[in-house]
Design a protein around this ligand. Structure first.
Ligand code: GLY
Length: 399
């Protein structure tokens, strides 16, 4: 059903063109179907731009950017392909997905960073969910063991990056996302220690990463011997005290996911607080696709981060599964606005363009002058996930 207030607000806001207004009146079921069909053809364009042995990351200045398999994003390509295959059953997409999985298999023993959850669960997790192949489950289990090697009891958190001249024991808010794999492995008959690690990590993060308004710091650096907080800082945000948009999205998604696995009300309360911070923020644009940082200089002319919009949309759709009906309506309407916005010409690429990526206008690391206003593989991944979640949860008989 079309949400009339959504159409009204879309017609009013200035950030999206008249094509957005046309798209806004499209029923969500039709939009989702069209977007998956578009993705099926567009990802065949993307496949042609991949350097053998690498995974697609972005497209900048007319050139594809591919990365080595230990890059934190290496699982999003196969994960996106599995989401597409699940909806369209396109056999060429399935073959692409299987090849992309094969390439990153060696990551299961990688221990160089905390990103194993992104790399191995977004990929093999979706592959296992869709195919049920036991070999995929074994790889996820092995990956959880590798990730567990970065957990240390004095801090009670998984170390994100290795010690460097900047940090002793950095833990970034993004790391909440890696807990999904850990919880899943324990719940699927694996060692319960992975879930215990996740709970400890989530509790440590709850204690130290958040401000009273539910916004999150990006990096907390710990003393590895005592677990004391050494510094609260940023790496990808506008300032130590700012609210880096994707980080707020990781926090939101992370605590909703932790609630799914534990039913701990404190995690749900945290997620609601984060959602409130994001959705009521005066700097959230009318199309609900955040600027790269809620405190970025130059708002309203600052760059957007479509990846944050896609990620937050997907997270809000899950949050709405756990809340009373009135509250669910708010999250659903916000997610709809985000999805509609992303599906317009303002963000969604025209067929055959954008190096084969679906979405434009994401920002990877503005202060480092890396990936500014470009397509990013994880923006596509969370956009596809949001579309699939909307279809599963909001177009059936469930609320
Ligand atoms: N996990 C890194 C990022 O969000 O850019």
């Amino acid at each position: 059903m079309i949400n009339k207030s959504l159409i009204f607000s879309l017609l009013l806001f200035s950030g999206v063109t008249s094509s957005a207004q046309k798209t806004a009146v499209k029923p969500m079921a039709q939009l989702i179907d069209e977007e998956f069909r578009f993705a099926t053809s567009q990802y065949k364009v993307l496949a042609r731009n991949i350097t053998p042995g690498k995974t697609p990351q972005s497209y900048q200045d007319g050139k594809p950017i591919n990365k080595e398999i230990t890059w934190w994003c290496s699982g999003f390509y196969s994960g996106s392909l599995w989401y597409i295959f699940e909806q369209t059953k396109d056999v060429a997409i399935k073959k692409q997905a299987e090849e992309a999985l094969k390439l990153i298999e060696p990551n299961q023993t990688y221990t160089g960073n905390h990103d194993l959850g992104f790399m191995m669960y977004c990929s093999f997790g979706n592959a296992y969910r869709i195919t049920g192949k036991p070999e995929y489950k074994a790889i996820i289990n092995r990956s959880a063991e590798s990730l567990a090697s970065r957990y240390h009891e004095p801090v009670k958190a998984i170390q994100s990056w290795n010690k460097s001249k900047y940090w002793e024991y950095p833990v970034i808010i993004d790391n909440m996302m890696n807990l999904e794999m850990m919880n899943w492995v324990s719940d699927q008959g694996g060692d319960p220690k992975y879930k215990e690690i996740s709970i400890n990590h989530a509790n440590t993060t709850l204690k130290n990463h958040f401000r009273p308004d539910f916004s999150s710091y990006h990096v907390i650096d710990y003393n590895p011997e005592t677990g004391a907080v050494r510094r609260k800082a940023t790496w990808q945000g506008a300032a130590d005290c700012s609210a880096w948009s994707r980080g707020q999205g990781w926090a939101l998604y992370g605590y909703i996911m932790m609630y799914r696995f534990t039913k701990n009300e404190a995690y749900l309360a945290q997620a609601r607080g984060i959602a409130k911070f994001i959705l009521n923020h005066p700097n959230l644009p009318a199309d609900k696709i955040p600027f790269w940082d809620f405190d970025a200089q130059g708002i309203p002319y600052a760059k957007r981060d479509a990846s944050a919009g896609a990620l937050i949309a997907s997270a809000l759709l899950e949050l709405g599964q756990y809340t009373p009906e009135d509250e669910t309506k708010t999250y659903k309407a916000a997610a709809e606005t985000m999805i509609y916005s992303l599906s317009t010409d303002a963000y969604r690429a025209k067929p055959g363009t954008n190096g084969g990526f679906l979405l434009m206008h994401s920002t990877g690391a503005y202060p480092l002058n890396i990936e500014i206003d470009v397509p990013l593989i994880y923006a596509d991944y969370y956009y596809l996930e949001a579309l699939a979640r909307y279809k599963k949860w909001y177009l059936g008989n469930q609320k």
